[in-house]
Design a protein around this ligand. Structure first.
Ligand SMILES: [Zn+2]
Ligand SMILES: [Zn+2]
Length: 92
């Protein structure tokens, strides 16, 4: 199933055509609508096994990621140990 990721800038939907978005990893992509980049995360809920998608205009803070809740059941989503950032982000 391909994901539609809604751009936080212009709200248009971006589909991952390759279905390669990693779960539990923060990554970024260019919006096909406004060409700006945004950060996103796909996390699987351990309670209901639904996958929720989150998107930010800028790199999310660790505190923001800890506060994420499943879109389906509302329970906190369980991230992989420490959320990892894509190497492409070049942290710092
Ligand atoms: Zn956009
Ligand atoms: Zn859930």
């Amino acid at each position: 199933m391909a994901f539609a990721m809604h751009c936080p800038h212009c709200k248009c939907g971006n589909v991952d055509p390759f279905e390669v978005m990693a779960r539990g990893h923060v990554d970024w992509m260019h919006c096909s609508g406004c060409a700006r980049h945004f950060y996103f995360l796909i996390a699987e809920c351990k309670a209901c096994e639904e996958e929720s998608t989150f998107a930010w205009q800028g790199a999310p803070l660790p505190s923001e990621m800890k506060a994420l809740r499943c879109r389906a059941c509302g329970l906190p989503v369980e991230l992989l140990d420490e959320p990892t950032f894509s190497d492409r982000l070049g942290r710092g």
